[in-house]
Design a protein around this ligand. Structure first.
Ligand SMILES: [Zn+2]
Length: 75
């Protein structure tokens, strides 16, 4: 399940126990590949709560330092 909310400091959030992700409604202004990054990031948190080796070692997160990740951190 997912929902959209106005968030001031985060692009998304995961509620692991509720199996729910919350996405920032302001994602509507960013490029599609950035939205994909946030959705993947938050979905991964449902399995890996922390930003640890296992989280970033997933195949689709191997390029987390790519343009999407860089751009999203600067916003
Ligand atoms: Zn995270």
């Amino acid at each position: 399940m997912y929902t959209f909310e106005k968030m001031n400091v985060r692009w998304g959030s995961s509620l692991t126990h509720e199996r729910k992700i919350i996405l920032n409604i302001h994602l509507i202004i960013v490029q599609k590949h950035c939205i994909d990054y946030v959705v993947l990031h938050e979905l991964l948190h449902l399995k890996y709560p922390d930003h640890d080796y296992h989280f970033f070692n997933q195949p689709h997160m191997s390029d987390w330092r790519n343009e999407s990740g860089f751009w999203m951190k600067k916003w």
